[in-house]
Design a protein. Structure first.
Length: 291
């Protein structure tokens, strides 16, 4: 059985956030008790964080590092699988409806933040060493700074598995294989443009919508990492996995409400820096098994 995996690498801008939080009041307490834990509400589009190991590990580690004084309460299935569910998360964080959230880097170019498009550029970041190198560079920090335009604070970028083309009729290897295929993806201008350039038609379909559209024949392919493909049991509907065609990596962008973060102490913001460790080997093992 494939073992669970955490993030490849995480980058967090704690110092930038902490500089605006020092000396601030500690914020709301669970149950109204002064000595109780500080509870931060997080929006997540997934059905559960078991599907998003890097974010799950982030939530767990924050609780451990803070000794339970800082806790993250996750509301799953935010957006109820709507095509704009990830954008709904960003808007909810910006409005202060929730304190924290995460969204794929792909979605930001649909809401007026084009600076993260390079992370989903087709077939550009096509290996885990390259993904790690990008995340260790100054690039993610510069990208996160642009999120202020949508009224959220960029906290960090978590790296996940490479997304591969998975299909029902034939492996999607050459450009000719893509022609006439309706291809399931997430909402993203850069990714949808890439799918069209390959000759297929992008269809926003993920979670249970993806499964429904596969069974009904509304899509004949989709992009996903191997770990999720196996754990979701999609082999029966889509047997072809082009493991040597890395479309783009999955990047999870952690965001916070500027107002809520400003209510935390610098120490509490520091606890939000309890990020997952790299787990590159698990992704590579999953892809070898699929091959």
């Amino acid at each position: 059985m494939l073992r669970k995996t955490s993030a490849l690498l995480a980058l967090i801008l704690v110092s930038a956030v902490a500089s605006g939080c020092a000396g601030a009041s500690p914020g709301d307490k669970a149950g109204g008790s002064v000595s109780g834990p500080v509870v931060l509400r997080m929006a997540s589009t997934a059905g559960g964080l078991v599907d998003i190991p890097p974010v799950a590990e982030f939530v767990q580690r924050v609780g451990v590092v803070s000794g339970g004084a800082l806790q993250i309460k996750v509301t799953s299935q935010w957006g109820d699988w709507a095509p704009d569910a990830e954008a709904q998360v960003v808007r909810a964080v910006g409005a202060g409806t929730v304190d924290l959230g995460w969204a794929g880097s792909r979605v930001f170019d649909t809401i007026g933040v084009p600076g993260l498009r390079a992370l989903s550029a087709p077939m550009l970041i096509d290996s885990y060493p390259l993904e790690n190198a990008v995340l260790r560079s100054a690039m993610p920090g510069r990208m996160l700074a642009g999120l202020a335009s949508v009224h959220v604070t960029g906290l960090g970028v978590l790296g996940e598995g490479l997304r591969l083309p998975i299909s029902t009729r034939r492996p999607l290897l050459a450009s000719a294989d893509w022609r006439g295929v309706s291809f399931g993806t997430y909402r993203s201008q850069v990714e949808e443009e890439a799918i069209r350039a390959l000759g297929a038609t992008p269809v926003v379909a993920f979670g249970p919508i993806r499964s429904h559209d596969l069974v009904s024949g509304q899509i004949q392919g989709f992009e996903l990492d191997v770990r999720r493909y196996v754990e979701l049991g999609l082999e029966a509907e889509a047997r072809y996995v082009a493991v040597n065609v890395a479309l783009w990596p999955q990047f999870d962008v952690l965001i916070g409400s500027p107002r809520r973060l400003a209510s935390l102490t610098a120490h509490q913001v520091g606890d939000l820096g309890a990020l997952p460790r790299p787990a590159q080997q698990a992704h590579e093992e999953a892809e070898r098994q699929a091959a």
